[in-house]
Each structure stands twice: as structure tokens, then as C-alpha cells.
Design a protein around this ligand. Structure first.
Ligand code: DGL
Length: 276
């Protein structure tokens, strides 16, 4: 029998479930293990060091559960922790295992959506300050101009289930207005936080006509399909029983009550004991 080695999918909270949903729909045959570090979310306003330490601890947890491949389905963790984990930690802690993020697959394709080559990136404070998007996008589309806007209230609104309330309109309008002031010819808005698809309906209401709204779920899922094709040695290690398991570092009851909004179906989670 094949050793259980689910693909790990990580987020600070619920946002990564929007990515997992797309991954599962494109690659249903694999086993998946989701971890939300809800006890310490949101990560968006935390320091580099803190996000790095939290993320590394969660990556180690995935490895302890038998995962060979872990996706950081969180832009903040991808921006602040991924490179150090890949370059410094993995060679020591688990040289045969892999950790991937969501920024590179998004940067690889974002230019194909834009005609004006002016793209707006909405993200957490941490992702914006890291400059990861402008740097990664420049590698693939050197002529593309990236405008960034941090939306620090959006994740707290979503995590506290206030994203459909009238109060949320204020914060949506505020940041859309700000980003179009910076880049009036932006024709693509990228939701560079895996929580933000929950605000999609409100964002569309205030988006100028003709501007495309891009979220990352499908892009990351397509990137994973491609990665597994190009890395048969990794693909061969991922177990395929169609199994899904959900873990949270906080209350499983809260997780189960909120998760369906992000994942699209009910889940039954277990507690991950990371000592937090
Ligand atoms: N979902 C995470 C992201 O994609 C961030 C949420 C947080 O602030 O923790 O950036």
C-alpha cells in the first residue's frame, strides 16, 4: 500500500480554502491536508520574523504528518517566509521535500490579462511592503507597471464574517479609489490575498467598467497541475485516494462554521496542536 502523503495546503486562516477548492476541482485524485493557523491569524500586519517563524512551524507540522509537498496558499506567508524556507531551512530539515507559494505562479501569467500593461495589486500590508509582486512580475513582464494598495481591514472583515455588511462597502470603495488614483489606466486588478475572493461581489460593484478582476485559485491550481507534470519524482510521492482533511490551530467548531463560505462545502476539522 502507498504511504499516505497528502499535499499540504496552508494559510493563516480560511483564505487558503479558496485556493484548495480550485486545486481539488482540477486535481481531485490526490489526498489533501489543509491547515489554517486561525489561532494566530491574521498574519497581514505582523513582522517578517513573526510570519517566518509561524510559517516554518506549520511547514514542519505538515512534514510530521507525512506531506512531501506543501503549498503556502497565503500571499503573506509566500512573501515573507517562502524564500528563506526554500533556501535555508529545507536543505537542512527535509531536502527531499518541497514548499511552493502562490506569488510566482500568479506573476507568471498576470501580464496575459492586461492590454494597458498597468496592473493593480490589492493585498495585505505585509505582501505590499515585501515588494514581492513588483519583483516577481518584472522577471516575466519587464514592461508591466505594477500599482500596489494595502487593504489592512479586508481580512479582519472577512474573518469576522462582516464582508457582506454595509460597513464593508466603505473599505472596498476606499482602496479601489486609492489604487485607481495611483494608476488610472489599470485594466487588471489582482486579488493578491487568498481571503479577498469573498469580497468579489462588493468589489465588482465599485470596479470601473472594463477592468478585469483576477483571483488566484484557478491560477495556482493550473500552476500545480503543471508543476506535477514537470516533477514526476514529486508527483509519485503524493498519495491518491481522494482524501481531504482539515486542521486548525484554533477552535474546530468555529472553523467548521466558517469554512464552508470559503470552501463551498461543509467540512469537519480537527485540532492541530502546535502549542499555540
Ligand atoms: N490569506 C492571506 C494572504 O493571502 C492573508 C491573511 C492574513 O492577513 O493573515 O495574504
Amino acid at each position: 500500500m502507498q504511504k499516505q502523503s497528502p499535499i499540504g495546503v496552508f494559510d493563516s486562516g480560511y483564505g487558503g480554502l479558496t485556493v484548495l477548492k480550485e486545486i481539488v476541482s482540477q486535481l481531485p485524485q490526490y489526498d489533501y491536508l489543509y491547515l489554517g493557523d486561525n489561532a494566530r491569524a491574521p498574519y497581514g500586519n505582523r513582522s517578517f520574523d513573526t510570519v517566518y517563524h509561524y510559517t516554518l512551524q506549520c511547514v514542519q507540522w505538515f512534514f510530521d504528518q507525512g506531506c512531501s509537498l506543501v503549498i503556502l496558499a497565503c500571499n503573506t506567508a509566500s512573501a515573507k517566509a517562502l524564500r528563506t524556507i526554500q533556501q535555508n531551512d529545507l536543505p537542512k530539515m527535509a531536502p527531499g521535500k518541497r514548499v511552493l507559494g502562490v506569488i510566482r505562479p500568479t506573476a507568471e501569467v498576470i501580464g496575459t490579462f492586461s492590454e494597458t500593461m498597468n496592473v493593480g495589486v490589492l493585498a495585505t500590508n505585509g505582501t505590499v511592503v515585501s515588494e514581492s509582486y513588483p519583483m516577481e512580475i518584472a522577471k516575466f513582464y519587464p514592461g508591466l507597471k505594477v500599482y500596489q494598495e494595502a487593504c489592512p481591514m479586508w481580512v479582519p472583515l472577512i474573518e469576522s464574517n462582516e464582508h457582506t455588511s454595509n460597513g464593508a462597502d466603505y473599505f472596498v470603495k476606499k482602496h479601489l479609489h486609492a489604487i485607481f488614483e495611483k494608476g488610472p489606466t489599470i485594466d487588471v486588478i489582482l486579488l493578491a490575498c487568498t481571503h479577498y475572493p469573498l469580497l468579489k461581489e462588493k468589489i465588482i460593484e465599485y470596479l470601473p467598467v472594463g477592468v478585469k478582476l483576477i483571483s488566484q485559485g484557478e491560477i495556482v491550481a493550473e500552476g500545480l497541475v503543471d508543476y506535477l507534470k514537470r516533477h514526476p519524482e514529486m508527483e509519485g510521492q503524493c498519495s491518491k485516494n481522494g482524501d481531504r482533511q482539515f486542521y486548525t490551530t484554533d477552535s474546530t467548531e468555529d472553523f467548521d462554521n466558517h469554512a464552508a463560505t470559503f470552501y463551498g462545502e461543509a467540512v469537519s476539522s480537527k485540532h492541530a496542536d502546535l502549542g499555540v
